[in-house]
Design a protein around this ligand. Structure first.
Ligand code: ATP
Length: 216
């Protein structure tokens, strides 16, 4: 199990994260919701290990894991595109995809369609979908997805949700997005980040109580 505890982060003396606890185990999708600027991306970067906060306690199976990207324990889809503009999709896939999952990955239509293209030749939505797929089919046991539904049309979002669910059979997945209805649908557990603290949401109505949804 991945456990994230006691994260404290401040930028220039302004507290962003102060009382954070969340956990995620293989077989589970954890949805992370929160208003703009509440610290969702920062928290994912801290879990991945590329942002160092004032304090954190992160462990995988009770072993302290300060940098999850080492040994590919954790993979991370950043909020913004990560593939270099001139890389061929097939080349990126060969570097990132778990060989054991290759056949399933390569069967996806979008891969077959664009494998011989450069990343710069794809539309925003096509590239986002492929980047998400590459991370979901990586070797890592834990996957962090920052806004996988951005630029994605509704039918494509349905397909991504199905893939997230099927990959969650093998992995623990933490996903955040402003398309909260997609997050509610795909997640087994919802965590709201509010005033620097995590709150486990037991019923969607609590999202109104905490002021994340307007309730109108
Ligand atoms: N490098 C930085 N230096 C100073 N402040 C920063 C830095 N990075 C982020 N922040 C601030 O920290 C806060 C949290 O940012 P973060 O990107 O984690 O929020 P978020 O919840 O992912 O937001 P959004 O939903 O809008 O993407 C914001 O107020 C942001 O302005």
């Amino acid at each position: 199990m991945l456990k994230v505890d006691s994260v404290q982060l401040a930028y220039h003396g302004r507290k962003i994260l102060q009382d954070v606890y969340l956990d995620c185990k293989p077989g589970e999708v954890t949805g992370l919701l929160g208003r703009n600027g509440c610290g969702k991306s920062s928290l994912l970067k801290i879990i991945f290990g590329t942002l160092t906060p004032d304090f954190k306690h992160i462990s995988i199976d009770d072993q302290v894991t300060p940098k999850g990207y080492i040994q590919s324990k954790i993979a991370y889809l950043p909020q913004h595109n990560y593939l270099p503009r001139y890389i061929m999709i097939q080349q990126a896939a060969q570097m990132l995809v778990d060989p054991k999952a290759w056949n399933e990955f390569a069967a996806h239509k979008i891969y077959q369609q664009y494998s011989r293209k450069l990343s710069r030749e794809l539309s925003g939505g096509e590239l986002r979908k492929l980047e998400t797929l590459l991370i979901l089919y990586s070797k890592a046991d834990y996957i962090l997805l920052d806004e996988p539904f951005t630029h994605i049309s509704p039918v494509q979002a349905e397909e991504i949700k199905q893939i997230i669910r099927s990959r969650a059979a093998y992995k623990g997945i933490i996903v955040t997005d402003h398309q909260y209805y997609n997050i509610l649908e795909v997640s087994h557990k919802i965590i709201l980040l509010d005033n620097g603290c995590t709150k486990l949401i037991k019923h969607p109505d609590e999202l109104i109580t905490y002021g994340y949804l307007s309730g109108k």
